[in-house]
Every structure is written in structure tokens, then in C-alpha cells.
Design a protein around this ligand. Sequence first.
Ligand SMILES: CO[C@H]1CCN(Cc2c(C)cc(C)c3[nH]ccc23)[C@H](CO)C1
Length: 303
Amino acid sequence: VLSMCGLAKEHLKDQQNNPWNTKIAITRSGGAGFGHCKGTLVSEYFILTAAHCFTIDDTADHIKVTIGDSKQPYPVANIYLHPQYNVGKLKHRGIPEFYDYDVALIKLGKKVEFSFSARPICLPCTQGTTRALRKPLATTTCQDHENELLPVANIRSFFVSDCKYQHDTIGLVRRPVQIKNSDKKMACEQDARNAKFYKNITNIKDVVTDNFLCTGGQDPVLDPNTCKGDSGGPLIIQKKLRYIQVGVISWGVVDVCGHQGTTCEEPNKRKDRTSYSRDFHINLFKVIPWLKEQLADEGLEFI
Ligand SMILES: CO[C@H]1CCN(Cc2c(C)cc(C)c3[nH]ccc23)[C@H](CO)C1
């Protein structure tokens, strides 16, 4: 059976504690600079990330994926963007960026040998998550997973930032945030209006569709915010000692890292977090059919 998903070495730090954490580097021709994104290892060949990390002319040979402690990048065989992702879909309505269905799968050119620093995270509606939730395999449904992981409430979850410490060592820091899946969901979504391109949108639900999970703000508690470089990273829920990914970091209202990109808590380097600094993540329960199709041969046993 595929090694258990969502298992981390609790007492260790950084990569052993987030063994599904991957870095995606995209080299653009013509000096259009580097693209950097995060992603998660979800099976022996696939990385889950955000579709907006890629532009139409990013080909597989311009993408490098590093996993675990290995400095050696994996070759990329192919990229699969969600078929309904279309960043320019609302351009005619003066909305330059539309992030709906902002998910993509990268197929690696080489199989990942799992280890304590390279292990897949659990995905919703797979048998691995049923086991991780300690539920009966025969009777547990995808809806049971959703009821357990995303109830109507403020749900404790986390994303992961990389922190640059002195001597350029990179650490991985877990950032606790609450998914506003309660009566606070509306206010969370309305704050999208504070984003650069969304200021004069009449109906914010046109851009913040039902496919998003919303975190950030200060009600009930002040949540940390994502940065551009966190794009494609996971929104994770921990159940006992197992980790399940419920979202992919898509976009945020305020890039609290500014240009330097690191997301470390350096003094006065991080823009102050405000009540309207919200972050939006693609809800994986809304893209199960696409995941199931793309990952059909990966032994994940979707239910
Ligand atoms: C609609 O306009 C907004 C779109 C996205 N924002 C950039 C951005 C991206 C692309 C991705 C992630 C994960 C981000 N986390 C925080 C900011 C941020 C800009 C500027 O913040 C405003």
C-alpha cells in the first residue's frame, strides 16, 4: 500500500516536519525574471500547486521542483492546469485578475522515493484520509470527510512560511489561521474589496466564488497573512498526528512581505496586518472530480 499520507516527524523541524513541502522555480526566457511558488507532494509523481504560478508560455523544461532537503531539483514532465482556470475571464468587466479554479498539478519526470523528508500529504476524499481520520473504509464518504474537516465554524488550520534566518538558513514556520466557515464568512469575503483590482466591484461574489476558503483578519483572532511567494502552498488541517490538505493558497489582499519575498517575522519588515488583510484558498472539495481524473493512476484510491 502507498506509504501513509500526512505523517510528519513531530519532534523534528522544517522539512521533516513538513515533508510534503516543495519549492517550484520557473525560469522565464527574455529576462522576465523568476517565478517562485510553493506546492505539495500528493503522490509519487505529482505536485499540487496554484495555476496562476504559470503563464501560457511556461514549458515543463523551464520548471524546477525541489522536494525535501534535496538540493537536486526534479525534472518536470507536464503541467495540468484546472480546465476552468481563466485569469482573464472577467477582463471585459475591468477585472484584470480572476483566480477561480486556481489549481494545477505538476507531473514529475522522475518518481519520488518517499523518505522522512519527502512524503505525501493527505488529500480529501481518498482512502488515505479515511484512514488518517480513523473512520471505517467501507462506509465513509467524501461528504463525511467534508463534514468532519470543514464544518460550519471557524476552523483551525495553518499554512507554512519560509523564514530566512541569519547565514541564509531557511526555516519552515507553521502559521495558524482560522478558516471563516461560519457567520464570519461573509465579512471575510467582503474584505476582498480592499484588493488592488477589486475596489469598485459591485458584487464581490463575482470574484470570490464559492470555490474559495477565506482566512485572515482579526476576528476572532489576528491571523497571519500570506505573501505572493506562498502561492500554491497548502492550507492544512491537523487531526491528531495526521495532516490533511483542504486548500491551495491562491491570493491575498495585502502582500505582507513586499518585495523581499521572505515571510519571516523580521522586525518592521512585515507590513502590519489589518482587519481587512484576508487570504483566499481554493477549496479542494470543490475540485475533487478534476483531482480524481488527473491522479487516477497514482494509487490514491479516491472514494
Ligand atoms: C486582486 O488583486 C490582488 C491579487 C493578489 N495580490 C497579490 C498576491 C498573490 C497574487 C498571491 C498571494 C498568495 C498573495 N498573498 C498576498 C498577496 C498576494 C495583489 C497584491 O497584494 C492584490
